[in-house]
Ligand binder design. Structure first.
Ligand code: PBG
Length: 316
């Protein structure tokens, strides 16, 4: 087949409009700090985050997803800093929305960057307390909406949190704030480098299997997504990405909702490590992975590769 006819019959394409750039924010003085397990990804401070948002705008990347690396001195068992209206994320969101209003800002509604045990909820006697956690998460969502976040993304997998957040947003007149739920989030080994990056790796006691999904299950993902949609999620996400494309496809077929996948830190690190070693053609593999996400039914992908992909699309 010749190039022109291959292009004519192609069923899927990759566009910049499919990209959500995941960025790690820290409260440090340094503009950029390398993360050893994520070569090429840096923790940036607010000043640099604004530069990255300008870069996203100039490259045509629709949105940034910002994750905080919180100084351990602000962490406690309840994750209290998540409820500080002048915490790192609210300040950063205000600054970025002011400087670069045309780029969408997505922030996690999550306690794990703020808890000293690294879990996504209020922990008592080794058990995560669902209802106490949900109350905190909805308070946190209001703070993020107030700061100007365009999309709040509950990433904890507690039961009933989407409904509680939706209600809190409605009650406080934040009806424009969208909810992207981490609807099918698996208890995965692929998050390792992220926990390094945000500084929860050493703190994390136990694992997250009591509230994140078992990789053995697929029907359960449909039930989780169904609940989140009925509770008011506007968009749903599957995480990790590539190893879970069967889940993406089932969700897209079943619900026909805006559906996203998170190409998580471990997926990034594997492709990057092999690329840096010259074991694979990195650019080709990254673009192939994007095409795989599209083929599976993703409307967009959260990825640390976003700016490189956008540059390659510009050059092609
Ligand atoms: C947790 C959260 C995690 C990621 C995003 N939000 C990790 C976890 O569940 O421990 C992972 C992102 C990545 O690996 O790139 N709220």
């Amino acid at each position: 087949m010749q190039d022109w006819s291959r292009r004519l019959v192609a069923e899927n394409t990759i566009s910049k409009n499919d990209l959500i750039w995941t960025v790690i924010l820290s409260d440090g003085d340094k503009d950029r700090v390398t993360v050893p397990s994520l070569p090429g990804v840096e923790r940036v401070n607010i000043k640099t985050l604004i530069k990255e948002a300008e870069r996203a705008r100039d490259l045509g990347i629709p949105a940034l997803a910002v994750f905080p690396n919180i100084n351990p001195k602000f962490k406690d068992t309840l994750g209290s800093e998540a409820l500080n209206p002048n915490g790192l994320i609210p300040i950063a969101v205000r600054a970025v929305k002011k400087a670069v209003p045309e780029v969408g800002i997505i922030v996690d509604v999550a306690l794990d960057p703020y808890t000293d045990h690294g879990h996504d909820g209020v922990l008592k006697d080794g058990i995560i307390l669902n209802d106490e956690t949900i109350k905190r998460l909805s308070d946190c969502a209001i703070i993020l909406a107030e700061a100007g976040a365009d999309i709040v993304a509950p990433s904890d997998m507690m039961d009933g949190r989407v409904g509680a957040i939706r209600k809190a947003l409605e009650d406080q007149n934040y009806s424009q704030t969208l909810i992207m739920s981490y609807a099918a989030k698996y208890a995965s080994g692929f998050y390792g480098p992220y926990r390094d990056a945000i500084g929860t790796a050493t703190a994390l006691t136990g694992d997250k299997r009591t509230y994140q999904m078992d990789p053995a299950n697929s029907n359960e993902a449909l039930r989780e997504v169904g609940m989140d949609i009925s509770e008011g999620a506007d968009m749903v996400m599957v995480k990790p990405g590539l190893p879970y494309l069967d889940i993406v496809r089932r969700i897209k077929d079943e619900f026909a909702m805006p559906t996203y996948a998170f190409q998580v830190s471990g997926e990034y690190a594997m492709i990057r490590a092999a690329g840096l070693n010259g074991w694979i053609d990195e650019k080709r593999v990254i673009l192939e992975s994007m095409m795989a996400f599209k083929r599976a039914g993703c409307d967009g992908v959260l990825t640390y590769f976003a700016p490189r992909i956008a540059e390659w699309l510009d050059a092609s």
